[in-house]
Ligand binder design. Structure first.
Ligand SMILES: CC(C)(COP(=O)(O)OP(=O)(O)OC[C@H]1O[C@@H](n2cnc3c(N)ncnc32)[C@H](O)[C@@H]1OP(=O)(O)O)[C@@H](O)C(=O)NCCC(=O)NCCSC(=O)C[C@H](O)C(=O)O
Ligand SMILES: [Mg+2]
Length: 349
């Protein structure tokens, strides 16, 4: 472990000083773009103003023989659209660290787009050693190319070993911005008997005891991901970084997508991935606190201006702890309102 003083030291001579606090950014949806497809890339200028983050995906879903085109497409995209002016984050998901591609990808990204990329998403992170490696590599490249702002890191939790080590991953570097659940790879790593990208499964349920009169027994589908989510959210919150839900592959089931996103939002997640344009609006609605809840939270803050004591609002007891929950809700809404005029109006800020 690094010493407390060493933790925030730049890892290379000439590298920018690490972030002490995460930059305050709204990241309700991380919209995945396959950058090797010119047709899709051509739409990014139109889609960008409707999302919080555009992610150029270089890893899974990009064919092996298109990895070079995807990297070139990412650099082109970073030049074609002024993401900073739009207030939209630019992220890149690189290939995993044991692949033949990641080294050239990181070197090229930092050299050609180092000052335009906000976050690099690292798949299949197994432990803090993966973060130490990429942290040092980035610092050396940032120093070499005169990058002025450290690129942040986002880990995908998609192996059993990664889940086991998530606390150490979340705290491995000041570059750590967040962690996403990668349910498809995680399912394979755990030998789960599923063929889905996230969401529930009709076979995973609890069933009530048999009835003496032979009536059918009620059963309810359960959440396959609850344990992993809870572990990931606690690890991220403890280290002051953000947890995210990852992908929902059933593009044709917006209702289940919304429910999965909502579960993540309620558990503390900041956002989710959108794989298809139709998932953008779902994520935006779900990860923006409900205006009625925000209005109620503001009443709690107003009833207890110094955050202490006890109050009754509409029959519900409020105290220091509900005041803190209300503050989380109102702070989140204020941050969204500062970026999104539609929500500023809905919240009345
Ligand atoms: C999933 C898709 C392959 C579906 O594409 P398509 O069949 O073309 O869908 P549509 O015909 O409904 O598309 C309508 C129009 O929208 C455009 N489109 C589609 N997707 C995108 C997008 N992501 N961004 C921008 N524009 C998009 C189409 O081109 C159509 O346009 P037009 O023809 O002009 O009407 C596709 O959506 C896709 O490739 N999505 C991204 C998939 C992806 O990134 N997968 C990897 C992430 S999930 C993962 O890796 C698992 C995870 O790691 C884990 O382990 O859990
Ligand atoms: Mg994956």
């Amino acid at each position: 472990m690094k010493t407390a003083r060493g933790f925030f030291k730049p890892l290379a001579i000439g590298a920018p000083a690490p972030w002490r606090e995460l930059p305050a950014r709204v990241e309700r949806m991380i919209h995945f773009v396959p950058p090797h497809l010119e047709k899709v890339r051509a739409k990014v200028g139109e889609i960008a103003p409707t999302v919080d983050v555009i992610l150029a995906n270089l890893e899974d879903a990009i064919p092996a023989d298109a990895k070079g085109a995807a990297l070139a497409g990412t650099i082109a995209m970073s030049r074609e659209v002024d993401f900073k002016a739009l207030g939209v984050g630019l992220w890149v998901r690189i290939n995993c660290l044991n692949s033949p591609w990641h080294l050239d990808e990181v070197a090229t990204l930092v050299e050609k787009a180092g000052d335009r990329i906000d976050v690099i998403m690292v798949p299949k992170v197994e432990g803090p050693w993966d973060i130490f490696y990429i942290d040092q590599l980035l610092a050396s490249l940032e120093a070499k190319h005169g990058v002025t702002r450290p690129i942040l890191l986002h880990a995908i939790l998609e192996t059993a070993e990664g889940v086991m080590n998530v606390e150490q991953i979340a705290g491995a570097s000041p570059r750590m911005q967040g962690v996403s659940l990668g349910p498809a790879d995680l399912a394979a790593s755990r030998a789960m008997k599923t063929t889905r990208v996230g969401g529930g499964h009709p076979g995973y349920r609890v069933i009530e005891d048999p009835h003496t009169d032979g009536l059918p027994r009620a059963s309810v589908q359960q959440d396959l991901w609850h344990y992993t989510f809870a572990k990931m959210v606690d690890a991220c919150a403890a280290h002051g970084i953000k947890p995210f839900y990852g992908p929902f592959g059933a593009i044709d089931d917006p209702v289940a997508c919304e429910q999965q996103f909502r579960n993540a939002f309620l558990m503390g997640c900041a956002g989710a991935w959108s794989l298809h344009p139709s998932q953008i609006a779902i994520a935006k609605t779900v990860f923006s606190p409900d205006p009625a809840e925000v209005a109620f939270a503001r009443r709690i803050l107003e009833a207890m201006p110094d955050g202490s004591g006890v109050a009754m609002i509409d029959g519900k007891m409020q105290d220091d702890a509900t005041w803190k929950q209300a503050k989380v809700m109102v702070d989140c809404a204020r941050q969204i309102a500062a970026k999104d005029a539609e929500y500023a109006a809905l919240y009345g800020f």
